[in-house]
Design a protein around this ligand. Structure first.
Ligand code: UDP
Ligand code: MG
Length: 316
């Protein structure tokens, strides 16, 4: 068992329009960390192109306490890009990522660190089924994990959020990933290492409303699935083959009717149905192929995943 006595702790918090939450969270984190035996620490807030006073509040916090750092994006790049920026800038021996809205209780941090000190490289958390989350959130989240676990060969536990601790060596591996659209939950599960899961009770969002709109949730789910599975591409082959077999049987039937009976023609309905059905399937398949080609296109441009407008790191 390795012991990590005096270490530097980094905490990364993606924040999009969280002007009130960042103030409360900064204070709570400072309290929690004061009770820990750390050599040094930093709390990195990543302002994901907020259009409220998040950045101004972060500047205030940084001026009061240099342990609080911020990185501010030039526009909204999304939660996963904000996480990546945090990991790029963090220089602690272990890095904890969490949401800004207090749904991830800071009180869990000492437990996560204890597990890390026992020798685990990744300490992830599992959200307990809670009535505090809306029925919509619970059911869509369940559906998403069901689909992704069936379609890909990685297993993501339902309720796994981006609230986790990772060791420096895992951070260094993650930083080598050149994928433009990172899907951390999948990648962490795919990576291996010694992992430990802690169950927690999610709290209510303190201020504001969820920044994951239905559109963002859908994009996130689609990107997660297409990042880790080529099964959707194989659907067209499967459906195509099945339909061809039926078509072949039907052709034989039609020929028999044509040659051996006098009941031929009529059948306008069946033709119409076949044409519409096949047309629909073809469009869906084209859409799926388009998704992957779009992904190839975006990745092939090698654009930076985020652009920093300003940060507290430049000033040093
Ligand atoms: N977030 C972000 N960029 C976005 C959307 C969300 O940085 O485009 C942050 C947000 O500020 C929060 C975390 O990601 O700290 C999780 O978002 P939220 O709490 O709104 O999602 P939910 O808990 O409803 O799934
Ligand atoms: Mg939340």
């Amino acid at each position: 068992m390795k012991t990590k006595a005096k270490f530097k702790l980094s905490i990364v918090v993606p924040s999009y329009n969280e002007e009130q939450n960042v103030m409360v969270l900064a204070e709570r984190l400072t309290d929690v960390i004061a009770a820990l035996e750390v050599r040094d620490y930093q709390v990195i807030f990543v302002d994901d192109g907020s259009n409220d006073d998040t950045l101004r509040n972060l500047q205030l916090l940084h001026n009061q306490d240099k342990h609080i750092e911020y990185i501010s994006f030039s526009r909204n790049f999304g939660h996963q890009c904000a996480l990546r920026a945090g990991l790029d800038y963090a220089d602690g021996d272990c890095v904890i990522s969490m949401d800004a809205d207090m749904q991830h209780p800071p009180e869990l941090i000492p437990d996560m660190i204890a597990k890390w000190q026992e020798g685990y490289d990744i300490v992830y958390t599992l959200r307990e089924e809670s009535k505090k989350l809306s029925f919509f959130k619970r059911s869509t989240s369940k559906m998403f994990y069901g689909v992704i676990n069936k379609l890909s060969n990685i297993k993501i536990r339902p309720g796994a959020a981006d609230f986790r601790l990772i060791d420096r060596k895992v951070v260094d591996v993650l930083k080598q990933f050149k994928e433009n659209t990172m899907f951390y939950r999948g990648i962490i599960s795919w990576m291996g290492f010694r992992q430990y899961g802690i169950v927690y009770q999610p709290a209510d969002r303190l201020y504001g409303t969820s920044k994951y709109t239905i559109k963002k949730m859908f994009a996130f789910a689609l990107s997660g699935i297409t990042s880790f599975s080529v099964f959707p591409l194989q659907i067209s082959t499967i459906i195509g083959t099945t339909i061809s077999i039926f078509a072949f049987i039907y052709t034989i039937y039609a020929l028999i009717i044509h040659f051996f009976t006098d009941k031929a023609v009529s059948g306008w309905t069946s033709i119409l149905i076949c044409v519409l059905f096949l047309g629909g399937i073809q469009l869906i398949m084209l859409g799926i192929i388009g998704e992957y080609i779009g992904k190839l296109f975006i990745e092939s441009k090698h654009r930076p995943p985020y652009i920093v407008g300003e940060s507290s790191f430049e000033k040093e």
